[in-house]
Design a protein around this ligand. Structure first.
Ligand SMILES: Nc1ncnc2c1ncn2[C@@H]1O[C@H](COP(=O)(O)OP(=O)(O)OP(=O)(O)O)[C@@H](O)[C@H]1O
Ligand SMILES: [Mg+2]
Length: 281
């Protein structure tokens, strides 16, 4: 964690990714949309290092580039400048090796497939496991049950609520069990009670297998409860405003939100976000 806060914002090209415990290294990334004169810069000089097993959360104003950044790390968008490496490999190689799982901001389920078949899809598309054969997959039905979806496995997405569709999308990413999980506001569409349950489900799954997670949320308490490090972004263009380590002990449960340490870090993040929102106007 200390390494991320002390060195993560400015990893030196060619060295940070060589660290044996680095999972994700984003180094000096720039990204814009549009062509030529109409091009608008969205992300500028974004550098971040996440260690293996770290839970890192991005928080920042709407439009600051969080989804864009996740799509870059997932290999769905190219950078204009800078580099991204995952376990010392290019995004393309990591993506081909199925090292990256993305839970997108919208669930993107196939409407003609049942819940179970949607969740099985990555396993069917990627029949061959990693070249070293070490990849284990979770049982799709067990994962669906753990997300409270055991009773809808044979329904189609249109027969589910919006929140349930989001849970299916999360379950789909967990079934394939990638070492890096990118989650774009995965709990935004669910009610508060379900959200709390899912948050704690995610915490216990993460505690058990310590994936590297890059998570996006607009909820400060969610960011603190889940993360080792919270990265605050500012907008126009999107860049890192500050990196805040979360010094709360693990494992954490819902009572963590009642502690003095929690409120101290919450205050710190709120103050930072105030500055970040000011920049977004
Ligand atoms: N395909 C695209 N073409 C042009 N502009 C885009 C495209 N995708 C995103 N943008 C713009 O890039 C900026 C960053 O968008 P992005 O979706 O990454 O923001 P975000 O931080 O995820 O926002 P939110 O919190 O609302 O989800 C926004 O101004 C958005 O309008
Ligand atoms: Mg977004």
């Amino acid at each position: 964690m200390a390494e991320l806060t002390e060195r993560g914002m400015e990893p030196e090209s060619g060295t940070a990714s060589d660290q044996p415990n680095s999972a994700l290294v984003i180094d000096g990334v720039y990204k814009g949309y549009g062509s030529d004169a109409a091009r608008v810069s969205v992300i500028e000089n974004f550098s971040l290092l996440a260690l293996r097993g770290q839970f890192v959360t991005l928080i920042g104003p709407s439009g600051c580039g969080k989804t864009t950044l996740l799509r870059i790390v997932a290999g769905l968008l190219e950078v204009d400048r800078g580099t991204v490496s995952i376990f010392g490999q290019s995004v393309q190689r990591a993506s081909a090796a199925k090292h990256i799982g993305l839970v997108p901001q919208s669930p993107a389920l196939l409407p003609w497939r049942t819940v179970l078949d949607n969740v099985r899809l990555p396993l069917q598309v990627n029949k061959k496991p990693d070249s070293d054969g070490s990849r284990s997959h979770a049982d799709p039905i067990a994962v669906l049950e753990s997300f409270g979806l055991g009773h809808v496995v044979n329904r189609r997405p249109a027969q589910l609520s919006g929140g349930m569709q989001h849970r299916v999308a999360i379950a789909r990413a967990f079934v394939f069990d990638p070492p890096i999980l990118l989650m774009d506001e995965p709990f935004a569409a669910v009610d508060e009670l379900t959200r709390e349950l899912l948050r704690h489900e995610l915490l216990s799954i993460w505690q058990a297998n310590k994936k590297t997670v890059l998570f996006v949320t607009h909820s400060i308490s969610e960011a603190i409860t889940l993360s080792d490090v919270v990265v605050i972004m500012s907008a126009n263009p999107g860049t890192i405003q500050s990196v805040i380590p979360i010094p709360l002990p693990r494992p954490r449960d819902d009572l963590v939100e009642t502690t003095r340490e929690f409120h101290e870090v919450e205050r710190q993040i709120r103050l930072e976000l105030r500055g970040s929102w000011r920049g977004a106007r």
